[in-house]
Design a protein around this ligand. Sequence first.
Ligand code: ATP
Ligand code: MG
Length: 197
Amino acid sequence: MSDDQYKARMQRKKQHIDSRIEEANIDKGIIVLLTGNGKGKSSSALGMICRALGYGMKIAVAKFLKGVQDTGEDVFLAKQPNVRTVFMKTGFTWDTQDKEYDTAMAVETWTKAQAYLEDKSIDLVVLDELTYMISYQYLEEKMIINSLNNRPKHQHVVITGRAASESLIEIADTVSEIKDIKHAFRANIKAQKGVDL
Ligand code: ATP
Ligand code: MG
């Protein structure tokens, strides 16, 4: 490609990008859904929390299916004055094996998450591992969709978890499916601090 051809090509690209940027002029709270079997869903949500913190925004995090061990981000978030958290008081369901108890814990956590979704002062709500609450039938999907639909106009929401339901995909503005290609765990490498927890 000659220099002139390269220049013309980049000019066309710039024009196209500039016009797309100009068209994207809607300002509203969005729902980001991160699903799929690969690693990187909750840590991506944390990345957005970090961005929002940089702007002094107010954040609320509801962690469903929280493991028994505290993660690095739990320690970090506890020190942030602009972050409120609620953790579901149960480990993974295969530890408790008690559907009634798990359902009660899910409902308790959801009640707090719902209050975040009604609070105009909160700019970003993270609903970590929410998808399982629907797939395990701990929470009613309609109730979740209804709260998401009725949240304050400028409030952003990030939802994470494998196997997101059709309704969540439909209501979300941005959906990414993280594909599992390889995971260190399968090579018997245990979860590493700062990377996995
Ligand atoms: P992360 O919190 O690291 O972004 P995630 O939210 O995408 O991961 P989860 O299903 O919530 O994934 O699992 C959290 C933990 O399980 C992390 O320690 C992560 O490294 C590990 N993990 C994620 N995906 C896999 C996988 N495909 N195989 C084994 N372990 C995994
Ligand atoms: Mg996760």
